[in-house]
Design a protein around this ligand. Structure first.
Ligand code: KG4
Ligand code: ZN
Length: 345
């Protein structure tokens, strides 16, 4: 059994977690997430403020995670840290801290790709959310549709050609005068909206698309965002709930259809969702209805594990540690990098 400390500082959450176990039998002993509220004032994340806040928070957040797990640093066997993708200044705080800790204690460090972390998040709550499965990662910066044959073997089927799903939610929220981050606000406003008043085109969904077509799995949300912008300009605030509903329905139908295509093509009976937008209950319910008809099961994380957290980083880090991966002391932070383990054959 390994006890691993996870650290996540890629954006505006300072998070630390302690996990223990091996293979797919892993227990979360503690998870601390400190969200940086300050960015609300600016309507988006201000990178330098994020870095400075991580610097202030990292020691108490890690200490709290250790305390909650009833552990001290002496009980930790390894440390996993997000080193890509994200805001470089923010990532560097976690990376530098993790390396110092590993060096000081003489324990291994593992660098984790943030999106691979999101892929592991659901397995922390659902023991069946393990490969093989169709994975849909929908966060503020990324939208990835993957076929996951095994942990560490990812076939990238589709991605967004422009805005990520969460980014589309945040931009539409801004247009509708809702606070940042906009996803949950748009979701609840859409619930009270009339579904028949604004029907926006479904992005990248054509009736005669075939598996070999390059837009069969890809998505694109910037056209949808522009359509919302035009609708908002021609509307009054009384129409905003109906516009939110029209946007919500179009985005969700697109994600559900693309995911269904992937599951069908690869014969998967498990669908695993991850990333902040996977905390959207309407998306999860629509996914469950569609996949359920085909006999597939949908696994989604709770809102706490859907958004950025260190438990998912520790979980992915444990997988890499068990495979023998070790971060060298010159482990660096990168704004973007492909998810590791991509397969093409
Ligand atoms: O995964 P995440 O915490 O951070 C990134 O890695 O980007 O995702 C944050 C994104 C934000 O864009 C936020 O608006 C969106 O997830 N989000 C949601 C919901 N909760 C968070 N989008 C739609 N519906 C939600 N309920
Ligand atoms: Zn994330």
């Amino acid at each position: 059994m390994t006890r691993i400390l996870g650290i996540e500082t890629s954006c505006d959450e300072t998070s630390a977690a302690v996990l223990s176990g091996s293979g797919d039998d892993v227990r979360t002993e503690s998870l601390v997430i400190l969200s940086q509220d300050v960015h609300r004032v600016f309507g988006g994340v201000v990178p330098e403020i994020a870095s400075r806040q991580h610097l202030t928070a990292i020691v108490p957040v890690v200490q709290r995670a250790l305390d909650d797990a009833g552990a001290t640093l002496a009980d930790i066997d390894a440390v996993a840290v997000t080193n890509t993708p994200g805001l470089v200044g923010a990532l560097l705080v976690g990376v530098s801290f993790a390396k110092s800790l590993a060096f000081g204690r003489g324990i291994p460090a593992v660098g984790v790709h943030h999106m691979e972390g999101h892929l592991f998040a659901t397995a922390l709550e659902h023991s069946d959310a393990v490969p093989p499965f169709t994975g849909l990662l929908v966060s503020g910066g990324h939208t990835l549709l993957l076929d996951v044959e095994a942990w560490g073997r990812y076939r990238l089927l589709g991605r967004t050609r422009d805005d990520a799903a969460g980014e589309a939610f945040d931009k539409v929220a801004k247009l509708l005068g809702l606070p940042y981050p906009g996803g949950p606000h748009v979701e609840s406003l859409a619930r009270s909206g009339n579904p028949d008043r604004f029907r926006f085109a479904r992005p990248m969904l054509r009736r005669n698309q075939q598996p070999g077509d390059d837009d069969y799995y890809d998505v694109s949300f910037s056209g949808l965002k522009t359509a919302v912008l035009h609708a908002v300009r021609a509307a009054t605030p009384d129409d905003f709930a109906d516009i939110a509903r029209g946007f919500h329905d179009a985005l969700i139908e697109t994600l559900v259809e693309k995911t269904w295509r992937a599951a069908k093509e690869f014969g998967r009976t498990r669908i695993v969702l991850g990333g902040g937008v996977a905390g959207n209950r309407t998306l999860v319910a629509a996914m469950q209805t569609r996949m359920g008809r085909a006999g597939a099961t949908v696994y989604a994380p709770s809102a706490r594990l859907a958004t950025d957290n260190a438990a998912m980083i520790a979980r992915a880090g444990l997988f890499h540690l068990e495979r023998g991966d070790r971060a060298p002391l010159d482990l660096n932070a990168f704004a973007s990098h492909p998810i590791p383990g991509l397969v093409t054959t």
